[in-house]
Write a protein that binds this ligand. Structure first.
Ligand code: SF4
Ligand code: SF4
Ligand code: SF4
Length: 275
């Protein structure tokens, strides 16, 4: 099975935001919302799965899910809503998510977001455009980039291309491919003239060992420490119950509309026959 990924070259990004707009439009993530506790709309959110951050020195860097080779979020999800696909993307299933947010707590890069604006919130994040990849297409964000600052391909080939660039211009780049080895490697990788972890305020020195086993050690204790098992189960029941209730209301509304349309049609027909 081919393994795919994205390589972003920070030195080529001009901060045009076309990738962000293309992702929002293609994935229909909806309008950005400025929450009271936020000053700017430039971080990830349920409606912004990728974003561009800038420095005072004029560098631009794109933030998105790293699609870890061995993802902590998948390991942390107690109902299996998050899954690692054979092709590399880490995807999720809304219908299974119970809203516990363990994935948010476990992600070393602070990626998953909660859709607070929805009546029934879900976790949202970049999917590496998995549905498009399966059809042989490339992600919306990559397609939109005018400078090829962000490119898509097989992970091995992207890694080779990254190393080729580092070797060809040693004075231009920090001699590192972000995502090659840290926490077992990631499918979204970076090369840059400055430290990417600094640019994105990501934790440094995470080590090269995959994180899932550490995740379980922490999460096994978490309910007792922060929430209490009863509160967690209560929350789970509330989310599932509320979602089912809303779904039933939606289905009932559709049925009402359909039966009223059928009634209208039959009345029209009978009037036509009478006249
Ligand atoms: S970066 Fe975070 S959300 Fe993305 S795959 Fe890795 S652990 Fe999961
Ligand atoms: S890969 Fe797809 S979902 Fe992820 S940031 Fe790009 S367009 Fe958005
Ligand atoms: S489209 Fe390309 S150049 Fe423009 S902000 Fe995104 S990554 Fe940078």
């Amino acid at each position: 099975m081919k393994q795919y990924g994205i390589l972003t070259d920070v030195t080529k990004c001009i901060g045009c935001n076309r990738c962000v707009k293309a992702c929002k439009a293609g994935n229909q993530t909806g309008a950005d919302r400025l929450w009271r506790w936020k000053k700017r709309i430039d971080d990830l959110s349920a409606s912004r799965w990728t974003t561009i951050l800038s420095t005072d020195n004029g560098e631009y860097v794109r933030k998105q899910c790293r699609h870890c080779v061995d993802p902590a979020c998948v390991s942390a999800c107690i109902v299996g809503a998050l899954q690692k696909t054979p092709e590399g993307p880490v995807i999720y299933d809304d219908s299974i998510c119970i809203g516990c947010r363990y994935c948010m707590m476990s992600c070393p890069y602070d990626i998953p977001r909660y859709s607070w604006e929805d009546a029934v919130p879900y976790i949202k994040k970049c999917t590496l455009c998995y549905e498009r990849i399966k059809k042989g297409k490339i992600p919306y964000c990559v397609e939109a980039c005018p400078t090829q600052a962000t490119i898509f391909g097989e992970r091995d080939e992207l890694l080779a291309e990254a190393k080729r660039r580092l070797k060809a211009e040693p004075n231009k780049y920090v001699q590192k491919v972000w995502g090659e080895e840290e926490i077992g490697g990631t499918h979204v990788m970076y090369i840059s003239n400055v430290d990417v972890d600094d640019l994105l305020a990501w934790k440094k020195d995470l080590g090269n060992a995959p994180l899932p086993h550490k995740t379980w050690v922490i999460l096994n204790k978490m309910p007792a420490v922060f929430l209490g098992v009863g509160a967690v189960l209560g929350g789970v029941w509330w989310v599932i119950d509320r979602r089912d209730h809303l779904q039933q209301e939606k289905e009932a509304a559709v049925e009402d509309t359909e039966s009223s349309e059928e009634k209208d049609e039959s009345e029209e027909k009978s009037n036509d026959e009478k006249s």
